[in-house]
Ligand binder design. Structure first.
Ligand code: BTN
Length: 270
């Protein structure tokens, strides 16, 4: 069975003894798993809750974009985290941990040479297969909860015209159907491993080398686009704050922080 299935994911989560995904809210369809998960966060949902849907009718992406979420073609999953001891200033690093977790899971499960495009796109053969949207809620300068939204294009075969150059699925790249339940469980396991180490180290990002080794836009010329502004430089990799270091034409090292910034290759998406 290749479609997402609550019991199959639950079994795998139990076998691996995971906290993340120990409670799963499984939906046939939803507007956005991030929207639903935030609602559960506000209502007191527990740390580790996973909201997983077979389809999203209004999937949300970064920078106010949408996320195409056709039925049974991908993993649309949001995790509710309550990292009580984590400083707000460290929370954005969760995005990078998620990228590493998904990247490793795709590599292990499919054998495809997945790579990370800063900050958190997963790319196979130059095209995007996964996007990550982390949202958080804070009160009086304390993190209340974090929602980690993960969208993986798994078994879709067609993409809207405007995405054909930029997006692909694991099935298209591998040439065969990928088991979505195995992949969802692998992502939960990998993410839990990174997240536990991160919290145990008080939110210190000890994965700089590992992240940079998986980074496609390292030592490459990139375009940094922020609204109307654009500049070009050589991307050197991230620092421990998660900023992308870019050597500009005048040899100045720019620290690019995520947010509203897009990073592109000189001629296209990577
Ligand atoms: C991006 O723009 O690259 C981020 C895309 C994130 C999509 C996922 S799908 C599951 C979760 N629910 C949403 O509405 N968005 C995220």
């Amino acid at each position: 069975m290749w479609e997402l299935n609550k019991e199959l994911i639950e079994d795998k989560v139990k076998n691996k003894g995971l906290v993340l995904g120990s409670e799963i809210c499984f939906l046939e369809t939803v507007d956005s798993t991030n929207r639903a998960c935030k609602e559960m966060g506000r209502a007191g949902g527990k740390h580790g809750l996973a909201v997983i849907s077979r389809e999203q009718t209004a999937g949300r992406g970064r920078l106010g974009r949408g996320w195409t979420s056709n039925k049974n073609e991908g993993i649309y999953m949001s995790l509710l985290l309550r990292p009580e001891s984590l400083l707000i200033t460290k929370a954005s690093l969760i995005t990078l941990l998620t990228a590493m977790a998904v990247n490793n899971s795709i590599r292990k499960l499919t054998g495809l040479e997945a790579v990370i495009k800063w900050p958190n796109d997963i790319v196979v053969n130059g095209k995007k297969v996964c996007g990550i949207l982390v949202e958080m809620s804070s009160r009086q300068n304390t993190l209340e909860y974090v929602v980690v939204g993960i969208g993986v294009n798994v078994n879709g075969e067609t993409f809207p015209e405007e995405l054909i150059e930029k997006a692909t699925s694991l099935k298209k790249e591998k040439g065969s159907t990928v088991n979505m339940n195995d992949l969802a469980a692998a992502i939960l396991e990998e993410f839990q491993n990174y997240f536990t180490k991160f919290i145990d180290n008080a939110g210190e990002f000890t994965f700089v080398e590992e992240y940079n080794a998986a980074l496609i836009n390292r030592n490459k010329t990139v375009r940094i686009i922020e609204g109307e502004r654009e500049c070009t430089g050589i991307s050197l990799g991230i620092n421990a704050s998660g900023a992308l270091l870019v050597k500009a034409g005048n040899n100045e090292i720019l620290e690019i922080v995520s947010g509203e910034v897009q990073v592109r290759g000189l001629y296209g998406y990577v």
